[in-house]
Design a protein around this ligand. Structure first.
Ligand code: ZN
Length: 614
């Protein structure tokens, strides 16, 4: 029956390969003799003794207890005749009684055993009680409203090591006790290993203390970092380091130093303590946090988002809600809304399929590259323009709203904070019709993609534009051209790409201080150009204003003389009748090709010189 639940699809296990471990385990089950005990259970921490009280032997039975303990002890005495005992009547006890003493789990009680108490020989199968969890927590065996409403639950997320120990047993007992599977979906997450591929464990000392990560990077960075690690792979490796509390140097954790109570920093030489510090002297040494660079990326993302949100909020001053006609918006707004809709759709699909790392990556790329770095920058000029401002603000407020809702499950704290600030300036927001936003993002509905906003042509146009813009900026920085200096550029590309780029000329101007002189297959690069090639485009920036002319002329003249010499040599060789007649045809052909190449190079050097002298 428990196997049917999975084979029939009533319980779906993701990734699918884990369904096999589940079925294999159940498939080889045999009848279980009732006499057999599980050896790995917890021993029941209850001691028993039958005592015949005669009014004088009370003290000898309980002398090891303090006065307070006598009171609680009395509550645990079960008189053989049933009923209950009052603590003040303990010393009045007469006759035969069964005494049961229950101590905390894991405790031993040698004193009691000396007094003749014996420990219960049974063990508790820990997985048996765990198996009851999905229904026992909801009030079963009573038919509570909670059981009716919440059972079966939706998703169980767990580690692969307990598929047989726990998942299979929950299904078994759920079907037996309630007649229904305990959950519809099981997601098996990857296991985080250290940099050496070993399971992180407290006893090995190779783990990352989440509180260290929270202290150093923030709770959202911890959560984002872990989400971005949650792929469908079996294991993920996370190399860990000690951060020296004296000089902040990162010291790699090795199999040796991870077990030491104190370590000397290899940079500053001072000692720091680890989680293994036990002596007072070791504990007095400042402790090093255990960190991983995986969380650094996450923290930078938080900062980027925070700064972009702050920029947006500053620019929402004077915001007024009103309906927006998307078709009348400028192309960059339609592009952003289209991307927002596409990303909402993709993130929702990724989460529904348990592709958490994909969801994190999609949001990271959209939030960082498209919203923060690109849209926020492109909208700066419109936010200064009184006529264009109201709609720019509405698009900004709406996009931030949707982005925060999408990011909230992965970064709950920072999104809640920004949401609150956004609510102060733009409590009513939304496109096309504004509506009252919820007070907290945690109770806001999950965004639905507005497919009418999706425009693949505009998305393609911006993707091409962004690639060209990045190449332009790369040339600027490679050539040390300050941002305030205007540049001219042209792009050699096919006609379709040119058609995408042509309408973006004004954006090249505003975002890279760059004037386009042409797009297309017939573009002629300027004689002195710096070039970059990306995704089928060749981007040429005219360098005529950015070079040291006399030095460049001298360099080219030297090159011209060198080429003239080489050409003379080739011409002499090819003019020699005995060489041309005697040498093999292919050798002569190579010489001719070499000559043609030198002549071509000479022509381009001379064109460059003409431009430099102009
Ligand atoms: Zn140090």
């Amino acid at each position: 029956m428990a196997m049917d639940a999975v084979t029939s699809g009533r319980v779906k296990i993701t990734p699918e390969r884990y369904a096999k471990s589940y079925l294999d385990w159940l498939g080889e089950k045999r009848d279980w003799p009732v006499s057999r005990q599980l050896w790995w259970g917890h021993r029941i921490p209850v001691w028993h003794k039958r005592v015949n009280f005669d009014g004088t032997n009370w003290e000898t039975c309980v002398f090891i207890f303090t006065e307070d303990e006598v009171t609680s002890f009395a509550q645990r005495i079960v008189p053989t005749d049933g009923g209950s005992l009052q603590s003040d009547s303990v010393s009045e006890l007469r006759g035969e009684h069964d005494l049961y003493v229950c101590l905390g789990n894991g405790e031993t009680w040698p004193e009691g055993e000396r007094l003749g108490f014996t420990r219960d020989p049974e063990v508790l199968d820990t997985w048996f009680s765990s198996a009851l969890w999905p229904h026992s927590t909801l009030g079963w065996p009573e038919k509570t409203p909670e059981l009716g409403y919440f059972y079966p639950t939706s998703v169980l997320i767990t580690s692969r090591d307990i598929i047989t120990l726990w998942v299979a047993r929950m299904v078994l007992t759920g079907l037996n006790n309630v007649g229904e599977v305990p959950f519809r979906q099981v997601f098996i997450h990857p296991k985080i290993l250290d940099g050496y591929g070993e399971t992180m464990s407290k006893s090995k000392g190779n783990g990352v203390d989440p509180l260290d990560i929270v202290d150093k990077f923030g709770a959202d960075s911890l959560r984002y970092g872990l989400t971005s690690l949650t792929t469908e792979t079996q294991d993920v490796r996370m190399p860990v380091q000690f951060e020296c509390p004296h000089c902040q140097a990162l010291i790699d954790q090795t199999k040796k130093n991870r077990e030491l109570p104190k370590v000397a920093c290899s940079k500053c030489g001072k000692e720091f303590s680890t989680q293994w510090a036990r002596t007072d002297a070791d504990k007095a040494i400042p402790r090093a946090a255990v960190v991983s660079e995986r969380f650094e990326v996450a923290r930078n993302f938080m900062n980027k988002l925070w700064n972009a949100a702050r920029f947006s909020l500053i620019n929402l001053e004077g915001y007024s809600p009103a309906p927006v006609n998307v078709n009348e918006l400028p192309v960059e707004d339609r592009w952003l809304l289209s991307r927002l809709s596409t990303v909402t759709q993709e993130v929702t699909a990724a989460i529904e399929a348990f592709h958490y790392a994909d969801a994190a990556k999609l949001l990271y790329d959209f939030a960082w590259d498209e919203f923060c770095s690109f849209y926020v920058e492109i909208s700066k000029s419109r936010l200064q323009d009184e006529a264009a401002k109201p709609n720019a603000q509405r698009v900004l407020a709406h996009t931030l709203d949707v982005l925060l809702r999408l990011l909230h499950p992965i970064m709950p704290f920072i999104t809640e904070e920004i949401w609150h600030n956004l609510g102060q300036l733009a409590p009513k927001r939304g496109i096309p019709e504004p509506y009252e936003a919820t007070q907290h993002v945690i109770i806001a509905p999950w965004p639905r993609p507005d497919s009418s906003h999706q425009d693949k042509a505009t998305e393609a146009r911006f993707a091409t534009f962004q690639a060209a813009l990045a190449a332009l900026r790369e040339i600027r920085s490679r050539q040390n051209i300050p941002p305030r200096n205007k540049v001219e550029f042209c792009i050699k590309c096919d006609a379709a790409t040119a058609a995408l780029l042509q309408p973006m000329a004004a954006y090249f101007q505003s975002m890279a201080n760059a004037t386009a002189t042409g797009f297309g297959p017939s573009v002629v690069p300027p004689p002195m150009a710096s070039k970059s090639a990306v995704s089928g485009m060749e981007i040429f920036v005219d360098m005529k204003d950015f070079i040291d002319k006399p030095a460049e002329i001298a360099k080219n003249e030297k090159e011209e003389q060198k080429l003239l010499g080489l050409i003379k040599g080739k011409e002499a060789k090819l003019g020699n009748a005995s060489f041309v007649d005697r040498a093999p045809a292919n050798v002569v052909e190579t010489e001719r090709a070499g000559l043609a190449q030198y002549q071509e190079q000479l022509a381009s050097i001379r064109a460059a010189l003409a431009a430099l002298r102009a």
